[in-house]
Design a protein. Structure first.
Length: 264
């Protein structure tokens, strides 16, 4: 990690610490329940409001400061060209990813919590330390992914080319029939948590299979979102390592298994 990225990481963490503190303080000053209106005196409420304003001002300055720290880093110029990836997300990527230690894109995916093993995506296990960076995964899937989708919408003036990976992947999954419905597990009857009684499974029309891949539209949406983010990271990994004069190796699935991701 270079001095520039080390400085950026410290400043990025500081900005998010301020954001977390501001949110926590806001929750304390606006309690929920029967005592919400009488929890704080008028004087104390004013103090809390003023404190929130101060924290918000500091938070904005901290995030604005990231723009100046990003400019000396070469790969940032490429990131500015990617629709849906703003300065804050760029700071997160450059702060928490050490490109020298990610020799393959598979290693980068794994560090970001986007690897798939046995047909299942990476997830935390109770009682075990996460094998990936949870903060980075949350920002990639919860922030950057949705921003790219919005920029890739048909009515958007700033279309993102990464949106096509999402659309094509989701379309394939919607039209990829599996022998047994994954929602009702082949029984043809499914009961939601809120339903009083079981009904015919809507995912397979009560047949138990064949049915579209996944347990429903939300499942297919999440899978397509991960795929789109992974394709973005694949190009990001390649461009950054080339800029740093580092070798670019193909991913494990391509080098050893002979598999290549579908072109968009």
């Amino acid at each position: 990690m270079t001095p520039e990225t080390a400085n950026l990481r410290c400043s990025t963490s500081f900005a998010y610490d301020l954001q977390k503190l501001r949110i926590q303080q806001g929750n304390r000053s606006t309690p929920k329940g029967e005592d919400a209106e009488t929890h704080l005196t008028e004087k104390q409420q004013k103090f809390m409001t003023d404190a929130s304003d101060v924290l918000l001002s500091l938070e904005k300055k901290a995030f604005t400061n990231l723009n100046h720290l990003l400019k000396p880093i070469d790969i940032y110029e490429w990131l500015t060209e990617q629709k849906g990836v703003g300065p804050t997300m760029s700071a997160v990527l450059l702060s928490y990813i050490d490109i020298e230690h990610c020799e393959t894109v598979s290693q980068l995916w794994s560090y970001c919590g986007l690897s798939v093993s046995g047909g299942k995506a990476q997830a935390r296990k109770r009682g075990e330390k996460a094998s990936y960076n949870p903060f980075l995964k949350t920002k990639l899937i919860g922030v950057m992914g949705p921003c790219i989708l919005k920029c890739g919408a048909e009515d958007s003036d700033n279309k993102s080319p990464w949106r096509k990976f999402y659309d094509n992947y989701k379309h394939r999954k919607e039209n990829e029939l599996v022998p047994v419905c994954q929602l009702c597990k082949g029984e043809g009857i499914w009961k939601s948590k809120d339903a009083k009684e079981a009904k015919a499974c809507w995912n397979c029309d009560g047949t138990g299979g064949p049915a579209p891949w996944g347990t429903g539209d939300n499942h297919r949406h999440n899978a397509a979102m991960r795929y789109m983010v992974k394709m973005f990271l694949k190009e990001f990994h390649k461009v950054w390592r080339e800029q740093e004069g580092l070798p670019v190796r193909p991913g494990y699935e391509e080098q050893y298994l002979g598999r290549k991701h579908h072109a968009a």
